[in-house]
Design a protein around this ligand. Sequence first.
Ligand SMILES: Nc1ncnc2c1ncn2[C@@H]1O[C@H](COP(=O)(O)OP(=O)(O)O)[C@@H](O)[C@H]1O
Ligand SMILES: O=C(O)C1=C[C@@H](OP(=O)(O)O)[C@@H](O)[C@H](O)C1
Length: 285
Amino acid sequence: MSMKATAIASASGTIINAIATGKGSAFGINLKVKATVELFDDGKNKIEGIVKDNPKVKPNLIKRCVKNVLDYFGLNYSAKVETETQIPIKSGLSSSSATSNAVVLATFAALGEKIDDELVLDLGIKSSFDEKLTVTGAYDDATASYYGGITITDNIERKILKRDKFKDDLKVLVLIPNLKKNVDVNRMKLLKDYVEVAFNECLNGNYYRALFLNGILYASALNFPTNIAIEAIENNAVTAGLSGTGPSYIALCYEEDVEKVKKTLEKYGRVISSELDYGGAEVIG
Ligand SMILES: Nc1ncnc2c1ncn2[C@@H]1O[C@H](COP(=O)(O)OP(=O)(O)O)[C@@H](O)[C@H]1O
Ligand SMILES: O=C(O)C1=C[C@@H](OP(=O)(O)O)[C@@H](O)[C@H](O)C1
């Protein structure tokens, strides 16, 4: 009996980066990672991982995800896990959270196990922690990727405080500038009191203000340009800011402003046009 399944999960953009306070907020972006997992009941525990479209990316995280699911169910199966992705990697779009979601979900489906959303999220976050890819567990990113829409979370308590949708039908522009990522946690923690101001705006539903303010704060702490978000707004973006720990920036705008904002952002690097995602993660085969 073939134990094989495929699942997808979404990228997520940052409204509030949780590293400074432990609380964060993110929203689904319609850029997907796809994971296919095949299991073999051979008692050998041999797990092979293939990152199909990024040969430079090691398969450590995806092999860890499959191992954590098999360990959870006490199974010594062998496995083959393959991913392909539309999500820029190490870029602040939470490719790690999305990939963990997709691989864990595909492994549950290959086993024919009932999909327990919180357990899938927990095993994905455990895998990201095991691979030292997260500071707080990025429960904001993981839930936005898994459920779609906006999630506001306490990452330390691992609780969703609120789920929501943007009131406008917006397009998402993702800028991947030619800048080096630097995850200086101590400098980000200096922002605590100010990120709390942005977080309260977010809790009150003022997502555009929260995203912009969060982006200015974290770009300043991480020595990324703050002018990029200002120029996007000057060109009719409803909001813009650094995503996660960067270097990517995201801008939200109406359809009629996409070309204008895209042209502005293209001065700084590659721009991907996408849209808000409300579908989240799902088994597709
Ligand atoms: N498609 C993929 N297949 C396998 N591993 C991936 C994939 N995308 C991301 N990863 C893993 O996630 C890591 C990047 O995650 P991270 O450093 O948290 O950056 P970000 O989450 O901002 O993209 C990669 O180094 C790799 O280990
Ligand atoms: O590692 C973490 O705890 C976090 C990483 C950040 O995302 P990226 O990994 O996408 O930079 C941030 O947005 C998130 O709120 C918390």
